[in-house]
Design a protein around this ligand. Structure first.
Ligand code: PLP
Length: 467
């Protein structure tokens, strides 16, 4: 092996495994070696092509049209619906928000979404100056509450430009009631975006009973990531609009410079054809029948895991799952952060989610098809991890530390103060950072920090990690 490739392999040794079904966030494994191989080959062979100009690389434009054509019937999109291939769920959501903002000519535009909506909407609010008003979800189902959503829409009056729902939400894996919320948006003449980033390639084959896509009148746009459950290499999501007029403000052209006239459908300008070609190849290869089998395998595994979790003393689920995501809660005998560390030691990555607005801290499990063959092992690891976490007892954040955290105003802190805080949190200090093997004490402290302080600390961490 050439030296640089050996060095690349060596760099990967600290990474989470992308395959094997035991990394239950970030990555998605179909378990199909041939689909992986086809994706890798297409990714490599189109890596140097440029989607900047669809007339220069018509192959990429053709592949994008094919991907949208494949997606259209899955989401009951009408014949006049149009779509765009983006680099990921966040870009699809950013564009949906930007387009809604620019279609409306209002001062101080605003949008309404449940508290469980993905952080990408907060990012869009931050980037585009669209205020995000979040509405508490039903505390028993964790689904958006239609009456409260409608009241929030009314409170915004003419400022309202967009309403968003998730199918399902990332944190709890439940599908929001799309029909009443989209109807309320339509009645007020505003757009309704369905965030199917994670569910878009699951729900069409799952037998989910409620209408949730373009079959619902009032749904104006929908995002679905291919780099999740379509099992394509990273860097591809779809954004569909119900008709071309709704999409029109998404396009950007600039003739205000002496170079080529800039003409973009997405936020990126130069964009690699690699992920597009890889997505095209994998979607063609797996196909409708293949995805049906993968979804059945995944949902059977999810149900098996859910039942085992509910049957385990000290564990429960935060919500009844509607798709392939689980949110695990614990009782007071242990905490989710220690449980995550214990799972990590047994070779399973599960993602800690902090407490938020009365919702408990949870462990997030994204189940993919490759997890199915290891469910028995996973349950065994989980039960052993629970025993170890109960024996260790929950991490205790010193009350004086908790009180101090509640007092801190991150806006007033300088670099030295952040170094001190990072040190207290166990994440380094003195301008350097380190990630400890056991994250539970760090996570428990971050969990106790008010959201603004948690954000500021993590930004300070990233700042130092990237120096
Ligand atoms: C993953 C996800 C996103 C964001 O997608 P990225 O591809 O990570 O940018 C948005 N919404 C939901 C529900 C998701 O699961």
């Amino acid at each position: 092996m050439p030296d640089v490739l050996a060095r690349l392999e060596a760099l990967r040794t600290g990474d989470l495994p992308t395959h094997g079904g035991r990394t239950l966030a970030y990555v998605y494994d179909s378990g199909l070696a041939d689909a992986d191989e086809i994706g890798r080959t297409a990714l490599a062979s189109f890596g140097a092509t440029n989607g900047l100009d669809p007339t220069a690389f018509p192959s990429l434009a053709a592949m994008e049209r094919d991907l949208i054509a494949f997606a259209r019937p899955l989401f009951h999109a009408p014949p006049e619906a149009v779509g765009t291939v983006t680099s990921g769920g966040t870009e699809s959501i950013l564009l949906a928000v930007q387009t809604a903002r620019d279609a409306a000519t209002v001062e101080r535009p605003a949008m309404v979404a449940p508290t469980t909506v993905h952080g990408a909407f907060h990012k869009a609010a931050h980037y585009f100056g669209v205020e995000l008003v979040t509405v508490d979800v039903d505390p028993t189902t964790m689904r958006a509450a239609p009456a409260a959503m409608a009241a929030a829409m009314d409170a915004l009056g003419d400022r309202l430009v967009l309403v968003a729902v998730s199918t399902p939400s990332y944190a709890h894996g439940v599908v929001d009631p799309v029909a009443p919320i989209a109807a309320a948006a339509a009645a007020r003449g505003v757009r309704c975006h369905v965030d199917a980033c994670i569910g878009g390639w699951v729900l069409p084959w799952s037998g989910f009973a409620e209408p949730w896509d373009f079959a619902v009148p009032g749904v104006t746009s929908l995002s679905a990531d291919l780099h999740k459950y379509a099992y394509t290499p990273k860097g591809v999501s779809l954004l569909l609009h119900r008709d071309p007029a709704l999409r029109r403000p998404q396009f950007f052209a600039s003739a205000d410079w002496p170079g080529y006239t800039m003409l973009n459908a997405t936020m990126q300008s130069t964009r690699s054809g690699g992920p597009i070609a890889a997505a095209w190849a994998v979607v063609q290869h797996i196909g409708d029948d293949g995805y049906r089998v993968l979804v059945r395998t995944t949902l059977d595994a999810t149900r098996e895991l859910a039942a085992a979790i509910r049957a385990t003393t000290h564990l429960d689920l935060a919500a009844e799952p509607d798709a392939s995501l689980l949110a695990v809660t614990t009782d007071d005998a242990l905490d989710v952060f220690t449980l995550a560390d214990e799972m990590g030691e047994r070779g399973w990555f599960v993602q800690p989610q902090m407490a938020f607005r009365g919702m408990p801290a949870t462990l997030h499990l994204t189940v993919s098809a490759a997890t199915a063959s290891g469910v028995g092992d996973g349950v065994e690891a989980l039960r052993a991890s629970v025993d170890a976490a109960v024996a260790a007892g929950p991490v205790v954040v010193a009350p004086e530390l908790r009180a101090a955290a509640a007092q801190l105003d991150p806006a007033t802190l300088d670099d030295a103060a952040f170094d001190g805080l990072l040190q207290i949190a166990g994440l380094g200090g003195d301008g350097t950072v380190a990630v400890p093997a056991r994250m539970a004490p760090v996570n428990a402290l971050l969990d106790a920090a008010p959201p603004r302080l948690r954000e500021a600390l993590l930004i300070a961490f990233l700042d130092r990690l990237t120096r």
